[in-house]
Design a protein around this ligand. Sequence first.
Ligand code: TRP
Ligand code: SF4
Length: 325
Amino acid sequence: MAKKRVLSGTRPTSKLHLGNLLGALENWKKFESEDAFFMIADWHALTTEYESHTSIRKNVLEVALDYLASGLDPKRATIFVQSWVSEHAELALLLSMITPLSWLERNPTYKDQIQELSDKELHTHGFLGYPVLQAADILLYQADIVPVGEDQLPHLELCREIARRFNHLYKKVFKEPEAALSKVPKLPGIDGRKMSKSYGNAIFLSDSPKEVDLKVMQMVTDPARKLRTDKGHPEVCPVYFYHKIFNKENEAVVAKECRAAERGCVECKREMSKHLQAFTKPMYEKRSELEKKPDLVVDILKAGSEKASQTAQKTLAQAKEAVGI
Ligand code: TRP
Ligand code: SF4
């Protein structure tokens, strides 16, 4: 059977954390045997970080290290940087001509983000056009499948609508992609809220085993359990959430002992920390090795971007021809 074309990406606004790993990268890895493209979406980072632009290039390299440390293999998948493949910007401009403003204004993630990031001035042309650029990312590669989290579904739907409108106005150039949803529920951070670098509650792939341990020991637990003798409620405890992922075999014992007040939270965290460290340590070590070879990482990104460009050029040429420009 012919391989499926797969494309996804993340915004390099910071180093990646465990939530990014479980919610995105682990899902991507399932597609490495297909014809997969994994992008570092630095133009997209610029839509919200344009005032702190000096950190974006640094974060491109951090995210590249995270991709490689997590086990994405540049021999199997094409790993590249969005702005290094200039066709992304060009197709985005072309698609912006045919995208009605009303489609962008009703985009739910647009409204959410403007509220959530209220300290930033996001009433910009670039931020409103975020989904147009994302559509260009996907359509340039004629992607069949786009592995993303649920929050990205509105963007994918817009991408499909833009493709349909283009194909209808000119001729059929673009394929309509499908989402492949990541099933992992949102990982809590050490304060129990959703893990996010802006909340300061994240465990990063670059954290050493010692840093991971310190963070685990700071984690919030069942707030109703004040004394060692109080019975716990594992279902509301972030530490237990991690046991379910990183200490699967003992999950039932942990829950039972917590409910019966047969284990204390400190020992419970120690046990979980051990399992979590066993999971993160190989990534930490691989990342530390790669950090010593920044040239190698840049070479991987350059080669990936050149390869991506070959595919992107073909599609862009077809699109320009169809429009008559
Ligand atoms: N908007 C995506 C996110 O925030 C990142 C992204 C940019 C992307 N371009 C993409 C994801 C293309 C999938 C396909 O996670
Ligand atoms: Fe959470 Fe473990 Fe404490 Fe129960 S014993 S509240 S699961 S940390």
